[in-house]
Design a protein around this ligand. Sequence first.
Ligand SMILES: [Zn+2]
Length: 328
Amino acid sequence: MSELSRRKFIAGTAVSAGSLALSGGLMAFKEPQHLHPTSDTDTPRAKYDIMQDVAKYRKLDSHVHVNLASTDAEVQKKYAESLIDYSRRLQVQKLVLSNPVTRLINGVPDGSPEAFIRNNNIVLAVMKLYPEVLTGSFTFNPVHAKESMDEIKRCVDQGMTNAKVYYQTKINDPSYYPIVEKMIDLKMIIHCHAEVQIGVGGYRMKYNGFKPKNVSIPEDFVDIAKRYPEAMFQYAHIGGGGDWEYMCKALKNSPNVYVDTSGSNNEEHLVDFAVAHLGEDRVLFGSDNCYYQSVGKILASNLTETQKRKIFFENFNNILRKGGRNVD
Ligand SMILES: [Zn+2]
């Protein structure tokens, strides 16, 4: 503002304040009519139809689970009905289901082949209930090299689209190298659970909170992504409760690492911040079974229509396309 316009502005303000005083101050203000609509359709706000906004975007859920707490087929069947209900209500064309082994035995994640084979069998069974909507990710533990390779083949042959791994082994552990090479051949993304906590008093507590020591943190992704620039990695749930600003900043220069927006933590600007730091092509929609909020946080962002379309659908579809597994 120039000095001249500043003076004009101040003068103008003084005039307004003066007229206010003359006319009896704030009490004399008549509230504009539009604040008191005679019907719900009178206001611009009422014209926003959230379900119409939901329907505008095709969606691909890149992070969603079967029931993680049960091995019972009937429980899974009932849960699958709720997944289908979600897909219909919020118009999600495809759900990429996973079932990582989350069970701890004396504080150590169960990393046995029996456990990952059992969990994959659950996903395969659920996928078959609604094959037009449900697809799946296979899990494994790379320290069991042969069993993991056999399992990948078995699951890919039955239509699974990518990998989902948990905190059995760090994503940049050397045992992953042959698996990552296999995933490059298959043109599939590796989705890995990830965390990073907010420090207290300036100290970033990477391993507190009684977390298993092999939980993958952003620096582990940066490391493996640099070693294998042709591979693709999905950093799980930036809305999962960790320090998402730190995650996005740390992954900024790793172009083959994508993040998904899932999780039950929905601070304002999370989605905008991710796009600002990672670009509009590396952010993927996911729910992590937090259905309404996961869609709502993208609708509520300040992104453009094109960016929202990319995040809800196109970015993940393009990843699937590399291996000919795209939705259409
Ligand atoms: Zn999850």
